[in-house]
Design a protein around this ligand. Structure first.
Ligand SMILES: C[S@@+](CC[C@H](N)C(=O)[O-])C[C@H]1O[C@@H](n2cnc3c(N)ncnc32)[C@H](O)[C@@H]1O
Length: 183
């Protein structure tokens, strides 16, 4: 990611570091961003406090995360395919993430006096099977443990998505992503 950011960053420094312990003094930045990443951090309270600590008093932190309903048609279909192919349902919950647009405001409010949210609901209209299979492979650890099982899940998914595209013209997947503006 840093390599791909290098061209845009010019001579500005790029750094890999832990969001739970930012190596910067208090009141350093006018803007901090946490885009689709706080749900990975073990101590999220600490990371959110760090986002605030390094921000100047007039600064703003922008935090982006997914709704519980983001890609839910796709995740539900994966659960069905996993169950059909393996006989085991390994995806009992719809959402893969614990920090969602539904829960984020309360957590962010612990560090920021003012939190506003803007949620963008949209839809993917998918008329080719391969991107859906790529998504399934990228989250395959949630669906199947072994390559043998995964192949069966992918084959089932391919059959179902191809049938939907043939019958309905496209496979529709709702997206819902929120940006929290924190001051
Ligand atoms: C889904 S990616 C999002 C990347 C990028 N922000 C974007 O929106 O395309 C999640 C990112 O969180 C980073 N990450 C996970 N745990 C982290 C931590 N404790 N501190 C800093 N970054 C972390 C990962 O390295 C990964 O780059």
């Amino acid at each position: 990611m840093l390599l791909s950011a290098r061209a845009l960053a010019g001579s500005d420094p790029l750094l890999v570091t832990d969001a739970q312990a930012l190596p910067f003094p208090d009141d350093t930045f006018e803007v901090t961003l946490a885009m689709h990443m706080l749900y990975h951090v073990p101590d999220r309270t600490l990371a959110i406090a760090e986002l605030r600590r390094v921000l100047r008093p007039v600064g703003v932190a922008l935090v982006v995360t997914n709704s519980e309903n983001h890609l839910h048609q796709l995740d539900d279909l994966l659960v069905e395919c996993a169950a059909a192919a393996t006989g085991v349902d390994r995806l009992p919950v719809r959402s893969f993430i614990s920090f969602t647009t539904e829960s984020a405001a309360d957590e962010l409010a612990a560090a920021f006096p003012r939190v506003e949210s803007r949620v963008l609901v949209s839809e993917l209209v998918i008329d080719a099977v391969e991107p859906v299979l790529d998504y399934a492979r990228s989250v395959s650890a949630f669906v199947a443990d072994t390559a043998g099982q995964l192949n069966g899940v992918i084959a089932e998914l391919e059959r179902r998505v191809a049938r939907t595209i043939r019958d309905e013209g496209a496979f529709h997947v709702r997206t819902a992503v929120g940006c929290f503006v924190c001051r």
